[in-house]
Design a protein around this ligand. Structure first.
Ligand code: SF4
Length: 328
């Protein structure tokens, strides 16, 4: 591993100032960054350790929103009473995301910023547009079984690895960040980006911005929500497909719904077309199936990941039927 400097700022202003140095990286729990340093994918000159900052609280806001500090550990948030009671989808996504040991170390801010697990990205002997812009994307003609079916580009077909972010996208959560110019706020849907011709950029965060908090708006009917994840093995693995859903019922009809898919795109995929089709309609398996088929018309699978289209449909329909009590 390349030698690097290490700083432990005591305040966010100092952290942001340190991040102006070339080659700096913020360090949270290190569960992704340190792995990438060992692989030679990341070669920082300076690590700015954030774990001494005063950003580790979960606070209920006067409007009922939940403000989650960026250095809250994944395990603490998944066990938080308010999160478990009000947003089961969020707690379940965190638990599905990694083993207990990793959840104890990983911060929620780091969770949002973890990099793709595309095998070519993690192998410095291979070309990869995300790691070395312009070098090519061998995944398209190579190993892409786990990669994107929605919103990909010629330059990159990687998938976002975060389960937590999929649940946050369904809940219309926001991200607050600090730069030397001041505070920036983005919705989670605007925070992440599709690869386009700049796959090296995972997010729309300004350079050097420090994620300080996540805000989950009040949504009383999110008590009826769930996260379902399908992976290749019973032990922890990244999602082949995952679904975050919340449903508000009016008798046997859908008053409102939130739906996001994971493991299918470069960003959490908010299924807005399916949501629109479902709002005001019957809460039936047929209606859920038709809405998902409509959403997945945009899919452009490659030879080895076409199975994800049916898998995403089936997992989403199953999740909605379970949440609404529709007989299977
Ligand atoms: Fe790199 Fe993206 Fe292609 Fe994977 S899919 S090799 S991350 S450019």
């Amino acid at each position: 591993m390349k030698a690097f400097e290490y700083e432990r700022p005591v305040g966010v202003t100092e952290a942001v100032a340190l991040a102006r140095r070339a080659g700096s990286r913020f360090l949270g729990g290190g569960t992704n960054l340190v792995d990438l340093m060992k692989l030679g994918v990341e070669t920082p000159d300076l690590l700015v350790d954030l774990t001494g900052l005063d950003l580790a609280e979960v606070l209920e806001q006067p409007d009922g929103a939940l403000r989650i500090g960026a250095t809250v550990r994944n395990s603490d948030l998944s066990a938080n009473d308010a999160v478990r009671a009000r947003y089961p989808v969020l707690s379940q996504a965190l638990v599905a995301g990694a083993s207990g040991q990793l959840r104890n170390m990983a911060t929620v801010g780091g969770n949002m910023l973890q990099r793709t697990r595309c095998p070519y990205f993690q192998d410095v002997t291979k070309a990869c547009n995300k790691r070395v812009p312009g070098s090519g994307c061998p995944a398209r003609a190579g190993e892409h079984r786990n990669l994107a079916i929605l919103g990909a580009s010629e330059a990159c077909i990687a998938t976002s690895p975060s389960d937590f972010a999929v649940a946050l996208a369904a809940l219309d959560a926001g991200v607050t960040a600090l730069t030397t110019e001041g505070e920036v706020s983005l919705t989670v849907s605007d925070f992440f980006r599709l690869p386009g011709d700049e796959p090296q950029r995972d997010t729309n965060l300004p350079p050097g911005a420090l994620v300080t908090a996540l805000t989950v708006p009040r949504l009383d009917w999110a008590t009826r929500s769930a996260y379902r994840k399908v992976r290749d093995r019973a032990s922890y693995a990244f999602a082949l497909v995952s679904v975050a859903a919340a449903v508000d019922l009016d008798g046997d009809r859908v008053r409102d719904v939130r739906l996001a898919l994971g493991g299918v795109a470069h960003a959490p995929w908010r299924a807005t077309r399916a949501e629109e089709a479902l709002r005001g309609g019957p809460a039936t398996e047929e209606a859920f199936s038709a809405a998902l088929r409509g959403e997945l018309e945009a899919a452009e699978p490659l030879p080895h990941n076409g199975f994800k289209v049916d898998l995403a449909h089936n997992v989403a329909v199953r999740t909605l039927t379970e949440l609404t009590g529709v007989p299977a």
